[in-house]
Ligand binder design. Sequence first.
Ligand code: ZN
Length: 489
Amino acid sequence: MNKTDLYIYNTLKRKKELFEPLTEGRVGMYVCGPTVYGDAHLGHARPAITFDIIFRYLQFLGYKVRYVRNITDVGHLENDADEGEDKIAKKARLEELEPMEVAQYYTKRYLDAMDALNVLRPSIQPTASGHIIEQIEIVKRILDEGYAYVSNGSVYFDVVKYQRDTNKYGILSNRVIEDMIATTRELDGQGEKHNPADFALWKKASPEHIMRWRSEWSEGFPGWHLECTAMSQKYLGEQFDIHGGGLDLLFPHHESEIAQSVCAFHTEPARYWIHNNMITINGQKMGKSLGNFITLEEIFKGDHSALQQAYSPMTIRFFILQAHYRSTLDFSNEALQAAEKGLKKMFEAFDNIKRIKTGDKTSIELDLMSKATEAMNDDFNTPVVIAHLFEAVRNINLLLDGSESITEADLQRFGDDFSTILQTILGLCEQESGNEQNVVNGLMNLILDIRSQARAAKDWNTSDKLRDELSSLGITIKDGKDGVTWSRD
Ligand code: ZN
């Protein structure tokens, strides 16, 4: 296969382009990671899986990939703009924890959920709070270039001047700056800005603000967009190959990252911008206030009123890969049950390859790998790859019942190709299905019932035995205010 054949839809150019890395054989990719103040939900699964597929496929093509995905642990304010409380500091205040406790707890939970989804860990996972000095350096550069101003201890990026000199604000999101100014809401503290479209590079901390660092302008903290400019430049250089993230980050986050790089380093940061589309739930946007906000843990355990059953991480992964990453994807019980069935069929066929009896001729087409790479080379078209795998599943069944035949050497190749596409490229692996999880849930409820009856009857022998035996299986029981809960290692 020829690696120069990969075409990527570049959001910046609004068209598919032949992928040509800056350095032969190497790819630098930066993806915006999670803000760690709550459990990972469905909206986190899609970008993580999308860029995992890209990471895997580039490596499959033979590239050496440096994949950087940041952890936002400071500077992301409630309204995703320049006002409101820091999301992590707010959680810390409500839970009476140090912000770093919140960030580390949810970082671990996020990574555990991503591991369950078989998402490979990036090469580097830098944190915003670990790169304050680098961010301050970039604020200084932008000030020196004349595209930022200090106002009451805060530093703002001068969007209007940038636009006048470069005409670039809006190149990624295709927005018109005049519209942006008109649609920006009047917010508290906006009086510090020369124009409502300007955004914060550095914010002076209010007295109650916990996360703060010293700078020449004030004791404060960096603006949300700045961390990605600082960390991508530090680990991938002033210009690198791919920048990714969810479509919701296109504006203002990514647009502002471009503006910062153009002013600080005189270059746009990335040559290819890739954005995954969003997930809706039964046709609705997901939101805490809409009552359809489902965390990944709830999905894996079937523990939410919108779910008819538990769904395994692999079912979620397969479901996400059945849609092209640039299409919207609607989450429903019907769609997930269909994905669960499809995945089961796929792995049954995969297991059955070893039961195929070989013959002295091959009557099936052996073009599975070339078809799969052709689809992947067309902007990572995973649904088409999956359709080709299902064709192969049909062939496996025909080979099993003797309607088709295959030689031993061809079967070896066919099996290797099937395995490489399924496991290496798509990252699907065999896992307990959601149904098995439902059985586990039922058994656990039964055991916890027996335990609470034993405790009520002061039968400590039985209740201790249950706790110890479960613990030896890696299951921890916790008695809390809201009743008994359990978790697996
Ligand atoms: Zn970012």
